[in-house]
Write a protein that binds this ligand. Sequence first.
Ligand SMILES: [Zn+2]
Length: 375
Amino acid sequence: MTKNDRLVSLVRPATSANGRLRNGGDGAAIDIEIEPDPGTGTSQWFHFGIDAPSGTRIRIVNSAKTTYPRGWPGSIVWTRSPGNAWQPVVSRWVDGTVEFTHQTTGAPAFYALFPPYPPDRLDLLLQRLRSRSDVDMTAGDTDSAIASRIRIGDRDPTARQIWIIAAQHGGEHPTMWFADGFLDALLKPGTPLYGIRFHIVPVANPDGMKAGHLRTNAAGQDPNRHWADPSGCREVDTLLAAMASTGVDFLLDVHTDFELGCVYLDVLDDWLGTPVDLVAIRQRFERQLADRSPDVAFGTRYPWQAPPSADLLAGMCAPAVERRFGAAAVTLELPIGRYRDAAGAEHNWTPKHAHALGRIAAAILLEGVWGSAEG
Ligand SMILES: [Zn+2]
């Protein structure tokens, strides 16, 4: 062991950890590799701690080989030093490698692509919900790949059934903050929940999230490719069975886009042949989002270069739910790192932004987007 080896150590966080030390021995730089997901080999999410002299450069040496390399140039990363909150740091993109400077001495500082959603925060939220008479809960279990599911509102089976699914992909921490904000809005005292029942899944892929994967569950499956035939994908199997028992009137499936740098709806109407009444419901939802949030520009879309394959369409959550339940089904994508707001101005996307958008989405659905025919 050299002198410098002893000065540098990698600290693995208790949850959502990703990043292995490839080389920390030259004293000036530490080389980290992002670990690929089992099964698919996808990668982008990282979360690790470093104990090293201040001023040491940290390089993510395989960043050009991750799944979304165009997401790195100009991106922020987040750091938390002992006793402090997560702070954004602008990274440098040097010869195809993300790098930033370690500025803490004496205790490990943590680095992540986004402030990880703390599991104990979800536990506290669930505790808050237990005191309500209109709430039923399925407790999550990462060992058996069951996601926590919260039912809140009118238990009358004729009530409108609204499903909110976040974090099908393990590294989509912005979506967990969104779900947190959504629940927060529903729990506001005096919020009427008549004729409407929400089914909220804040972390749809709990074992993938815990394991620090970008997309897959612990078994190496991408849940958002298993909605046509969930057999063997426990998370999706459980959710589809629950949906079949309640029905679905509206679905909001929330994801993170690691490249595009804006909030948008991924709309697949042309290939799905979405009925006009469902298009109208989605448009009312999007219009309200754009009217109420400075982060949402109406009509921003993913630039599909070619039609998605029939298998891809069938395997994704929103198309599958639209087809099976005749529900208005929306895929909402949140940015990570740098993003442009509705007016085109650049900002950092933060947990606060995702939380605020979740609150706005809840308020819109509480007021209704169903159209005059349905009251
Ligand atoms: Zn996703």
